[in-house]
Design a protein around this ligand. Structure first.
Ligand SMILES: *Cc1c(COP(=O)(O)O)cnc(C)c1O
Ligand SMILES: [Zn+2]
Length: 405
């Protein structure tokens, strides 16, 4: 059984052997992985590989030989003094997860889930994707030598489709929303016994994302920031980051986490969690037709939406949204202050950060970590219309010289 103690229902607490199972048979609640107390301290990880597998004892793989690694993780935590100066904040960091092997944070959950699929001998893997998970799953499946089936809306960015196809995955382009693709993936996974990483392997999948908490803490010298800005699609990542900080606290690796504050950032046009939060409601009403340039966050019926609301209550949280214009402003602001080119999901994080500072909801002295989860090269169509139009010039230095100040 390795490091895994059991799977435990988040709702009723029933415990299960760590098998190919993802909902509680008593109450249909989601299952979380619980671990045997590992013998680790702050120095355990220092000298290890510079990937998220440095936290092996806290990940749900029994035997290291089953790890399928593309060397994802331990991405830069960039001190964002230039962005901070523009926003009026003194202590802002960008967790730049856009530089993972397939250029989004999804290499974390996909890598863990594909490793677990290999460990348990599944004959194929797959995912329902808004774009980034497709490539992350397909790339890890290629490295593992396991067939991969992608289910995604047909209108996602071209670069994301091309990238996923390049890894040799079977790509089912669903004419419909992410929720349609998700429903089909779920049925196919169950009927064929394939490991759909974000559905029937979800307990293992989410464990990869919690390393976004471990790394930030380690990179800050085992300090806990005052506030995290986290983009929300299904809400799995936000929930996993909270689980990550809680585990660090339980293991004595960080001191108190009681002052940690969480911000859930969503795009206007698909902000069901923000809507519920602002109404003070415990019910997340699905958005039937998401309309936003932040396609990786276009999940109308977020699987972990209710748990995001719970986390916000637990951690003095705020949920806020930004519109397409604020998202592209956020993309440009991050590029032009910090040299980090992000896709719209990152523009949502930065845009929400700016909005909350402007509204006086974030104090200028707070230590803020803003999660930037995907790369701008994957979604150039989002900003191309806003950039200067180029016209070609003759290769004549005198002409060019006359044009330049
Ligand atoms: C999937 C994704 C998210 C949202 O993650 P969830 O776990 O679905 O909330 C955020 N940013 C990017 C770039 C993504 O691909
Ligand atoms: Zn249960």
């Amino acid at each position: 059984m390795g490091n895994i103690r059991f799977l435990k229902c988040r709702e009723c607490g029933k415990e299960y052997e760590p098998q190919f199972r993802y909902v509680c048979e008593e109450c249909f609640g989601p299952l979380d992985v619980h671990y045997l107390e590992p013998k680790v301290n702050r120095h355990t990880f220092e000298s290890r590989e510079k990937t998220y597998w440095r936290y092996f004892e806290l990940l749900p793989i029994k035997d290291k030989s089953n790890i399928v690694s593309l060397h994802a993780g331990l991405t830069p935590l960039q001190y964002a003094d230039k962005l901070g100066a523009r926003l009026g904040l003194k202590d802002v960091y960008i967790k730049n997860d856009s530089v993972n092997p397939t250029f989004s944070f999804k290499d974390r959950p996909a890598g863990v889930a594909v490793s677990r699929a290999k460990e348990t001998g599944l004959k194929a893997v797959g995912c329902a994707s808004t774009g980034n998970l497709a490539s992350a799953t397909a790339a890890h499946a290629a490295k593992a030598g396991i067939p991969c089936y992608i289910f995604a809306p047909s209108d996602i960015e071209h670069a994301k489709i091309a990238q996923a196809l390049s890894y040799g995955a079977e790509f089912v382009a669903v004419e419909g929303t992410y929720d349609d693709a998700n429903r089909i993936a779920s049925i196919i996974g169950d009927s064929k016994g394939y490991g759909i990483v974000n559905i029937n392997m979800r307990p293992y999948y989410v464990e990869g994302s919690k390393t976004l908490a471990y790394e930030v803490a380690e990179q800050l010298g085992w300090q806990v920031p005052d506030r995290l800005i986290i983009p929300v699609g299904s809400g799995a990542m936000l929930n996993a980051i909270c689980k990550g900080f809680e585990e660090l606290h339980q293991l004595g690796l960080v001191d108190s986490i009681k002052n940690l504050k969480i911000v859930a950032a969503q795009p206007h046009g698909c902000a069901p969690v923000v809507d519920a939060f602002k109404k003070g409601s415990d019910e997340v009403i699905p958005v039937e037709r998401p309309e936003t340039i932040a396609k990786s966050l276009a999940i109308g019926d977020p699987g972990d939406g209710l748990y995001v609301l719970k986390r916000l209550k637990q951690y003095g949280g705020i949920a806020e949204e930004v519109n397409d214009g604020e998202i592209t402003d956020g993309i440009m602001l991050l590029s032009q202050t910090e040299g980090i080119f992000t896709e719209p999901a990152g523009g949502v994080s930065v845009g929400v950060l700016k909005k909350l500072v402007d509204e006086g909801k974030i104090d200028k002295d707070e230590k803020v970590v803003c999660y930037v989860t995907g790369n701008g090269l994957k979604a150039t169509e989002a900003i191309i219309g806003l950039l200067p139009k180029l016209s070609a010039v003759k290769p004549d230095a005198a002409v060019v010289s006359a044009m330049i100040k």
